[in-house]
Write a protein that binds this ligand. Structure first.
Ligand SMILES: C[S@@+](CC[C@H](N)C(=O)[O-])C[C@H]1O[C@@H](n2cnc3c(N)ncnc32)[C@H](O)[C@@H]1O
Length: 208
């Protein structure tokens, strides 16, 4: 997989600055944990035994999931500094921390039972997005989830001084357009005003 303008941003100083800002404030971690408790409710009849986060950064989501799930946790993250924190803090086993991009996930077909993103599909250029979603679909044997910024129509939004780094759309619609057989287990909106998280629209899908 060749690098893109966006992946170079995240691997470089722009990504390192994000990693530096990414803290584990207890209130914020509690809010993320509530978000995951809601999402994992959708799969409580058959919880995933292994969960991959694509674009894990320092693992805020994985740490929250760890509080409420016994699943094996796997991280894919292109930012070196963030991967170091994941390893140092023992968020995942060293063998489960991977360098790479969602567009070419270095895992076998069906390697995990759930693959998800939070605020990552929005940072993948629209030309590369289908490849990343196909890769998530390939490596997950059962569930696919994402929590992303929603827009009815694809839009590019200025982000931290960059004009080509944040792309909103109806990601749930795109999942179903690419994989019409996916079952929608649930979807929802995390409202910043009440959750303390960003305004995130989320979906939980199951492969047939
Ligand atoms: C906005 S941060 C979100 C981090 C984390 N998911 C969270 O919610 O705290 C985006 C993360 O995705 C990573 N990333 C950017 N482009 C990626 C790509 N094409 N594939 C996988 N990860 C990517 C970045 O390095 C960064 O850690």
């Amino acid at each position: 997989m060749s690098e893109t303008f966006q992946s170079q941003l995240w691997r470089g100083g722009f990504g390192a600055d994000y990693t530096e800002r990414n803290t584990f404030d207890p209130d914020h971690m509690a809010a993320i944990t509530r978000h995951w408790a809601r999402l994992l409710q959708c799969v409580e009849a058959r919880p995933p035994a292994s969960i991959l986060e694509v674009g894990a950064n320092t693992g805020r989501n994985l740490r929250a999931i760890k509080r409420i799930s016994t699943a094996r946790l796997v991280a894919l993250e292109p930012q070196d500094g963030a991967r170091k924190v994941l390893a140092q803090d023992g968020v995942c086993a060293p063998a489960d921390i991977h360098d790479g991009l969602g567009q070419a996930i270095p895992l076998a077909d069906g390697a995990v039972e759930m693959a998800f993103t939070v605020g990552v599909l929005i940072h993948i250029h629209p030309d590369q997005l289908e490849a990343a979603m196909r890769e998530m679909h390939r490596v997950s044997s059962r569930y696919i989830a994402c929590s992303e910024y929603f827009s009815d129509k694809p839009e590019t939004i200025p982000y931290r001084g960059q004009t080509d780094a944040l792309f909103k759309r109806d990601f749930g619609g795109m999942w179903l357009d690419l994989f019409p057989e996916l079952k929608v287990l649930d979807y929802g909106f995390s409202w910043k005003r009440t959750t303390g998280l960003d305004n995130l629209t989320w979906w939980m899908f199951e492969k047939p």
